[in-house]
Design a protein around this ligand. Sequence first.
Ligand code: ADP
Length: 334
Amino acid sequence: MTTVNIISLNKTYPNQPVPVLKDFSLSINDGEMIALLGPSGSGKSTLLKLITGIERPDSGDIQFDGSSILSIDPNKRGAVLMFQQSYLFPFLNVEDNIGFGLKVQGASAETIRGEVKRMLNLIGLPGIERRKSGQLSGGEQQRVALARALVTNPKLLLLDEPLSSLDTSVRMNLQEAIRNIQRELGVTTIFVTHDLGEAMAMSDRMALLLNGEIVALDKPENLFHRPRSLTAAKFMGVSTFLSGDQLTVKNEACSSSEKIFAIRPEHIRIQKEACKNSMLGVVSDCVFRGEYIEYQVDVNDVTVRARMPMPAPMFPHGEQVRVNFPQEHLFEVN
Ligand code: ADP
């Protein structure tokens, strides 16, 4: 059971012109799963390296339950890392892979056997103790890697894009499995990903990271429906911004004095009838996606992207339509 406090971390790699993390602070509650969402190069892995002790910060502190861990040996900090690749030892069977950490700690063979069995039940793969990693599917390997990470009862679980190499159905299964196991054990967790859907499905709170700084931190549902800033809105898949008293569609931020409104793509309506808050546009793309139709409509010089849930009308390329921005779905961003 661990509360994690990351306090004003700064990190610049040697001979690099810009810092990777700038005054980075984040508090994680005991048993909480935080998703760290950011594009490649935003500093996610660096944060994990600072926590595990692979790298050292230039300044700032990392505390577990109020005590700094910076002077503790990396392998004694109680933070375990699980990667995109399972990195199981190919020459060891599943039992020896999972039990490895316990063996290093000097646990008895009987304890190890019992703990491995408990972990295999937890990950939904009972009875595979004798298999080698080459005899496991990608999803099974990741489950075993999770068991290996958790068997020593870590204070903090760090997941670095653990599902990125798996195909969609396996990935969905594992998202659910990891979430359930994390909740059952109550282990404090940081989940690094660049996949918005995955971050929302997995986390209690999401931190949006850009250029080494957290630009928003909130529950997934709050960030999804009402991101407060333009940057956070873009992270969350919003691409239509409107400004002014007379609504005008904008691609980007406008002058700072203007009020900016945003709208989610699934709330924009493409229709024939004119109504309040609607503008004339021309369909430039219309793709049937099964559950929804994805539209691109040119309004003035700006492309508006909309996702109309089915059933919805299909207007072909070149058709003149009205793009409707329902008032109740517009929200202000700054
Ligand atoms: P992310 O995990 O979000 O993709 P990283 O933390 O790996 O981001 O990297 C952030 C930035 O730091 C990148 O610009 C990367 O090139 C740089 N970087 C990472 N590791 C090193 C290193 N050991 N030396 C120099 N620069 C590095």
